[in-house]
Ligand binder design. Sequence first.
Ligand code: ATP
Length: 493
Amino acid sequence: MTVTMDTLVSLCKRRGFVFQSSEIYGGTGSCYDYGPLGVELKNNLKRLWWRDFVQSRPDMVGIDASILMHPSVWKASGHLDNFTDPMVDCRECKLRFRADDVDTRPWTHYCAATKGNRFTIPAGEPCSHCGARRTLCPDCGKGELTAPRQFNLMFKTFMGPVEEEASVAYLRPETAQAMFVNFENVLQSMRLKLPFGIAQAGRSFRNEITPGNFIFRTREFEQMEIEYFVNPRDTVEGRPADEYWHDRWIADCMAWFRRYGLREENLRLREHGQDELSHYSKRTVDIDYRFPIGWSELMGIANRTDFDLKQHAKFSGKSLTYFDEERKEHVVPYVVEPASGVDRALLAFLADAYAEEEVRGEKRVVLRFHPELAPVKVAILPLLKKREEIVKTAHGIRDALAKQWRVVYDDTAAIGRLYRRQDEVGTPYCVTVDVQTIGDSEKGEAGDGKVTIRDRDSMEQARVPIDALPGVFHDLLSGGAWAQVASRYPATT
Ligand code: ATP
């Protein structure tokens, strides 16, 4: 099913994933705060990306650079001169739009053919009464729009105690430049051989003219970027190394999104046309995702050639080359850049995980997160909270498992309700502790020391000895199949 953005926004707020920033003051335009579950999900996402693309690869290293960089960086990179969007303003209501965006939204029309009645007309369509197309402000429907003007998207600030004397600085609009300006430091300190990549995950800032669609486009966001340097003189499998690695990265990134749950039918590759390519790019391919707002860019993978290293060499006066031992020559490496956004990926994983089902006549909302992404891995639920021994055992299990994973304890509702709550935030497994676990001393019945694990997706149960739980969850949470656990520890009826 396709979930609407409104449904996701409301789930995110209700269940502590994402809140509007500074909400009690009326909110800050298009800024969002990650709540208790959101931060877990986001950390998991970044950790998996780091583990799979940095930690586990011999050809990758990471950095964590400062957000404020030398202003010359942005001159050299072209951001000061080129990182602009053409914008138009409404002369009447003063709203500002990206020039290329005005016709992608529904527009307001006061139709002369119907005595000036007000209509909201779908994006790009003419009025069905008078046949007119939009020329005025799409929002108020009255004001003329100004001619497009270039608007730089970088946030400017001042470095130093006295504003007038301080030097201008910019909040970085992408994380990528830090990899280029640290190229020599990383190369020398780590004694690397081409091809190799430098990765970084961190905040970026863009004064977007038309932010919106929840966390899809915001002014402060996080990126996960890789600059993968290759020797342009090398060939791999008979192809120029930069072209070979570009395709490898496209395939690896696609596989990564699929591995953690994005469905094939919601992913596609989009090749940039020649007219669309950035000035530095030899070829760019986007991975698009079918968001609730339609197909849009999830990440971009560009072949940036030697543009950035050459620019920084020119502006800094430092040589940024690699010595090719075999050919006994200095080369400026080419770079392939897989650039993704944390928030946008999180939105995609949320949308893809969302499902509504009917279970025994009742609606069940479930987030089918991959276990490694799920913000909470296991919930421990006592079946009877009045029985002290049950509660104590449940807390003990929580404390033991929480040494390794995010595990919660909840006894604030009846069991059916508790399951629904965990389904709605995507917790893959619930553990219930019941009378059978601890026995009944008054009746002289001994407990079996076992608990029930309930699987989120199949809703099947297994009966597992308490001391086997760490091992079982170790398997399940690292991708092990539920069916194996269910057959090894069948639930008794
Ligand atoms: P768009 O065309 O959507 O503005 P872009 O092509 O400018 O994006 P890049 O500069 O290639 O984006 O940045 C790489 C990734 O960073 C994007 O694919 C996206 O996931 C993320 N990103 C970029 N801008 C934003 C933003 N304003 N809010 C959230 N994520 C963003």
